[in-house]
Design a protein around this ligand. Sequence first.
Ligand SMILES: NC(=O)c1ccc[n+]([C@@H]2O[C@H](COP(=O)([O-])OP(=O)(O)OC[C@H]3O[C@@H](n4cnc5c(N)ncnc54)[C@H](O)[C@@H]3O)[C@@H](O)[C@H]2O)c1
Length: 220
Amino acid sequence: MKVLVSGASEGIGLAVCKKFLQQNFEVVGLDVQSASINHMNYTHFVCDVRGALPDVDGVNVVITSAGVQLPDEDTIDVNLKGTINVVEKYALQPNIKSVVTIASSSARNGAEFPMYSASKGGVVAYTKNVALRLAKYGATANSVSPGGVKTASNAPVMNDQKLWQAVLDESLLGKWAEPEEIADFVYFLSVVNKSMTGEDILIDNGEMLKSNFIWDTSRL
Ligand SMILES: NC(=O)c1ccc[n+]([C@@H]2O[C@H](COP(=O)([O-])OP(=O)(O)OC[C@H]3O[C@@H](n4cnc5c(N)ncnc54)[C@H](O)[C@@H]3O)[C@@H](O)[C@H]2O)c1
């Protein structure tokens, strides 16, 4: 089985590549940066998901993790149009078994930079559209929407003790996820799962659930 992963050099995409290599998949990674993995079953292409992509035959699983968190329109181009570019190039063919796109909890609550939340909302909607078109191959397409994940892209808050505590206090479980945990969800959705399609999975340590019950206790 061959899996293609965008954003393979760092963070969630790198953790996804390692997970699939552990499971003896052939892994093809795309990234603007050079390879972070040296493994006999790993092939890396340095490319930008916004542009021309290399030809890769017989892809069975497509995972899109390439993304940026910037306050400008590059965010739409990379996160949304780049995701569409990768999925249209590699997934719309009879060998495909599954697609998993990495969206974000911002797709659900509109948080973070405007272009970022819009790009991720687009990814969730686009993935449902892919599910409709892949059904004829018996393939699934789902998105995962992480809340905070401990990757280099979050260094500005993770390296500041005050901001980091404020960030942790936002979640119900008082922590963020490790990239390897997101990779486990991606693996389950793309390999173990055969019956769920067109869905979005929120993995946010209960951040969106967190709420306080306000009541007049003298009435109890
Ligand atoms: N880390 C989080 O808290 C978090 C939360 C929700 C969603 N996400 C999403 O998960 C995905 C991965 O995030 P991460 O935290 O692992 O980020 P990261 O910065 O650690 O890794 C992203 C990778 O994508 C690559 N990349 C960026 N632009 C590219 C382009 N134009 N073409 C090809 N490759 C490109 C980078 O070089 C990098 O290797 C992103 O889509 C991000 O929006 C992350």
